[in-house]
Design a protein around this ligand. Structure first.
Ligand SMILES: Nc1ncnc2c1ncn2[C@@H]1O[C@H](COP(=O)(O)OP(=O)(O)OP(=O)(O)O)[C@@H](O)[C@H]1O
Length: 298
């Protein structure tokens, strides 16, 4: 079942197109990574899905409804980011109790266990927490709400390595027991890669690709060979990156389906295959069009 459907979504801030005619849909019970560089439009997109923002143009449907001002969507979707604000008057224990009243599938046992595991104190105030602790507490709210759709916008901001690992493990364990749609935004994929099923990549407000992690890995190759031998690639292959090496050799990162026959042909022409990280593939797919940092120093 489709739980999120986005058609022609455009969001402008004054003259700036933060999102430009985006189209995609998301099926239920999947873990999706929304990937993009700083300023790509990730938070804006997630806030449109959560019903915080009204699109400038286009249509957003979440669980079949326009999420803007929808009580049904707010009961069934939680949006977690580091700006989640709570009254400075109420304690962390009060916040958990309030969440329990609002979210129909809230799991208090899990909330209490995570609360104790991460050494929170019931009388602490949210405003007194450190950056990493805010993210950890917000993550507990996001996980334990067990809403049909859970959105984590840059959830690991400020978390140390061990907490980040715990977070992804907790997320996966709870998801396996209670499948739901979870969207996680990030700049980088390496630490997310193991939990994601699908990647949605955006760049400068535009949709780039929606692909399963496994397929993206299968279709990505690093090739090293002579210019002549690499000129025999099938026409539908996308060259994402190219650099000249010494000895008249060229290194290319390509995206495409190579048949076994094509691979054998390339190998016969001394083309070497090497793995490419999915992070690099996303980087090349969204690479800045101008020079790179070296250009600044020229
Ligand atoms: N409230 C706002 N008013 C004006 N411009 C905004 C506002 N919020 C975001 N923008 C602009 O919209 C674009 C997309 O911002 P957004 O925060 O959605 O990107 P992002 O991918 O989440 O970035 P980051 O990874 O740095 O958090 C940026 O150019 C940003 O400066």
């Amino acid at each position: 079942m489709t739980v999120i459907d986005v058609r022609g979504l455009t969001k402008q801030y004054g003259g700036l197109h933060a999102l430009n005619a985006i189209n995609f849909s998301i099926e239920e019970n999947k873990i999706i990574g929304l990937i993009g560089r700083n300023g790509a439009g990730k938070s804006t997109l997630l806030k449109c899905l959560a019903g915080y923002y009204h699109p400038t143009d286009g249509q957003v449907r979440v669980l079949g409804e326009d999420p803007f001002d929808s009580l049904f969507v707010s009961e069934n979707l939680i949006f977690v980011d580091d700006e989640m604000s709570f009254s400075s008057e109420i304690t962390l224990a009060d916040i958990l109790q309030t969440a329990a009243r609002f979210y129909p599938n809230w799991n208090q046992t899990l909330a209490q266990r995570l609360f104790d595991y991460f050494s929170f104190r019931p009388n602490q105030l949210h405003s007194e927490l450190s950056k990493g602790k805010i993210s950890t507490f917000n993550m507990i709210i996001g996980l334990c709400a067990r809403t049909k759709i859970t959105i984590f916008d840059e959830p690991t901001t400020g978390m140390d390595y061990s907490v980040r690992k715990d977070f992804y493990r907790a997320l996966l364990k709870d998801y396996i027991k209670h499948p739901r749609t979870i969207i996680l935004s990030s700049h980088l994929l390496n630490e997310l890669e193991t939990v994601l099923e699908t990647i949605l990549l955006i760049d400068e407000g535009r949709f780039v690709i929606q692909e399963s992690v496994d397929q993206l890995k299968e279709k990505s190759y690093g090739l090293t060979g002579s210019e002549e031998s690499l000129s025999h690639l099938p026409g539908d292959v996308q060259i994402l990156h190219e650099e000249e090496l010494s000895g008249n050799q060229v290194y290319q990162v390509i995206l495409g389906d190579l048949t076994e026959e094509t691979k054998r042909k390339l190998e016969k022409e001394d083309v070497q295959f090497s793995p490419v990280s999915i992070d690099d593939v996303c980087l090349y797919l969204t690479k800045a069009k101008r020079g790179g940092i070296d250009h600044v120093f020229e």
